[in-house]
Design a protein around this ligand. Structure first.
Ligand code: 13P
Ligand code: SF4
Length: 330
């Protein structure tokens, strides 16, 4: 394929749509390319199980950023969504960062275009900005400190109580943090298309049917859902919780990919995905995360494309709030 055809295809489809012979053993080939190119594969808990299993590191947004910060690999292969690969690039400007599908976006990141956010921020000149890592690199340039769901409380508490704050882009996580801290952070009106779809009525019905189950939820869920949860935490916190808890059954309100790690960690326990408003829509799956596949991963490593690129100016400005987060999270 000619370079200009590849460029066109990446623009249109987001990945190189190249046929792969059925003789090719994808897992073997990916592992071979990994060695040959001194690559590291970083996968989020929400991608398909086979992509979690082939990773050098699988984790939540914080763990993945920390892993990216310490890698010695020449090539970073990010099996997750675009903002995560961008974060890896911002931390490692001299390394090549690739992801299997450029169209693996995020509804939260999309909800906060940097130009609109800059106008919003201008209304609050005495406020500092905390941005959830699920946002674009451009939004990070307008941020004082980045956070993830795992360290959000610590990041908020790192500011003196009198400091006024804006929290963007997830209003549900922001609301939850306001409740925990008693602050009145100004919230950007964004939400995750997976976590805002849970039905509290159906969850309560399910809890009635399974009185022996604990209901646990990610803080990106809406307030009525969080109000009935017995435990609230980031994906890693939820995973640790099910391992430590004496309960044998859990109703889980976060993206279904995490169930793979929960079942691996606790094969004797039962995990029930929390029901969404529309049970036929597959809402518990993040359609962006699920754009990744073994075949796309293989082709992406073979061509080292699509690559995540950012201007030197964006990298310089976006790096500071990420490094502050990593420092506070130590
Ligand atoms: P964490 O990885 O911080 O748990 O966030 C979940 C998520 O929605 C990632 O896209
Ligand atoms: Fe974004 Fe939600 Fe998908 Fe995470 S699960 S990548 S927050 S849309």
């Amino acid at each position: 394929m000619k370079p200009q055809d590849i460029r066109l295809m990446l623009d249109e489809k987001g990945f190189i749509d190249e046929p792969v012979s059925s003789d090719i053993k994808l897992v073997e080939e990916i592992n071979r390319l990994k060695k040959e190119k001194n690559a590291v594969i970083l996968s989020h808990y929400y991608v398909e199980s086979d992509l979690q299993d082939i990773a050098d590191y699988v984790g939540d947004s914080l763990g993945l950023a920390q892993e990216a910060a310490k890698t010695t690999a020449d090539l970073i292969v990010f099996v997750g969504v675009h903002f995560m690969a961008e974060t890896a690039k911002i931390i490692n400007p001299s390394k090549k960062v690739i992801l299997p599908d450029l169209k693996a976006g995020c509804s939260l990141a999309d909800s906060a275009p940097a130009d609109k956010f800059a106008e919003f921020k201008a209304q609050y000149p005495d406020h500092k900005v905390i941005s959830y890592i699920n946002c674009t690199a451009e939004l990070k340039t307008l941020t004082d400190v980045v956070c993830t769901s795992a360290n959000a409380l610590k990041i908020v508490n790192s500011f003196p109580p009198e400091q006024k704050l804006i929290f963007a882009p997830d209003k549900n996580l922001g609301n939850y943090l306001n409740g925990l801290t008693g602050r009145e952070m100004v919230l950007w009106d964004g939400a995750c298309m997976v976590h805002e779809k849970y039905s509290v009525e159906k969850i309560i019905q399910l809890m009635d049917q399974h009185p022996d189950a604990e209901f646990i939820a990610h803080p990106e869920c809406e307030k009525p859902v969080l109000l009935v949860a017995g435990y609230i935490g980031s994906t890693t916190a939820l995973l640790n919780y099910v391992s430590k808890s004496d309960s044998k059954k859990f109703i889980v309100a976060t993206e279904s990919g995490i169930l793979h790690q929960m079942k691996k960690a606790c094969p004797d326990k039962i995990f029930i995905p929390a029901p969404s408003i529309d049970s036929t829509c597959g809402c518990n799956d993040c359609s962006y995360m699920k754009l990744n596949s073994l075949q796309k991963l293989y082709i992406c490593m073979k061509h080292e494309l699509p690559e995540v690129t950012l201007s030197a100016e964006v990298i310089k400005k976006a790096q500071l709030p990420i490094l502050r987060m990593l420092e506070i999270s130590k």
